[in-house]
Structures are given as structure tokens and as C-alpha cells.
Design a protein around this ligand. Structure first.
Ligand SMILES: [Zn+2]
Length: 121
């Protein structure tokens, strides 16, 4: 397959950007529909999601998560730490977080944010 700038790599139709013309660009299938991204503080009881490791930290001997951190329903990019809300506490799956890299101390946040009580499960 050769690539000539300005031409679709599939059918040679003239294009202005990218490598495929609109005809050859696959349309998103239902499984590619963007998933609902919420913040940790918006998760409801029983909801499961994945967040970034940095959202979890330990301060004064207790575990917390940053309420404004984004949560994806699926493992996605850096969102690899599994969390679940149960009885108002954010449960963090210990198999999905590197505890050696756990942030210790209150994080410096510019915006106002909630810190939610968390625990390892
Ligand atoms: Zn094409």
C-alpha cells in the first residue's frame, strides 16, 4: 500500500486531510460509542469504574480519592485503577494499583475538590 499525500490510500480519491477519504473511513460501530465519563464524586452506590492511579492517596494514615478525578466505566488509557462505591466508601481494588507508588500526603489541588474516604479491597 502506498501513501500519496492528498490521496486516499484505499481508493486514490483526492482528500485534503488524513489518509482515507470519507467513503473509506470506517463508520464507528456501536461498541465505539464514547462511554460515560463521570467524576469520582458523581459515582453512585454500587457503581464500578476505572480511574487513574494518582487519584488515590494516603494522608494521616487513611486512604482517600480525589473527588474530581475522572472515572471511566471501562479500563481506558491511564484509567487502570478499579474503584467501586459501596456504603458510601470508595473501594479501591488493590490488584489494580501499584501501592509502592501511592501518593502520601494531601495533594496540592488548585481548584476546590472533595476528598472521598476510600479503602483497599
Ligand atoms: Zn477512499
Amino acid at each position: 500500500m502506498t501513501f500519496t499525500k492528498g490521496k486516499c490510500v484505499n481508493c486514490d480519491a483526492p482528500i485534503s486531510t488524513g489518509i482515507l477519504c470519507s467513503e473509506c473511513t470506517p463508520s464507528p460501530s456501536p461498541t465505539n460509542i464514547p462511554v460515560r465519563i463521570v467524576r469520582l464524586s458523581e459515582m453512585v452506590e454500587g457503581e464500578v469504574g476505572f480511574t487513574e492511579e494518582y487519584a488515590v492517596f494516603e494522608a494521616e494514615g487513611k486512604l482517600y480519592v480525589i473527588g474530581s478525578a475522572q472515572v471511566s466505566p471501562k479500563r481506558d488509557g491511564y484509567k487502570t485503577t478499579k474503584v467501586r462505591v459501596r456504603k458510601g466508601i470508595v473501594e479501591v481494588d488493590r490488584m489494580t494499583i501499584d501501592l509502592d507508588d501511592l501518593w502520601i500526603g494531601w495533594p496540592e489541588m488548585n481548584e476546590e475538590t472533595d476528598y472521598l474516604a476510600a479503602k483497599l479491597v
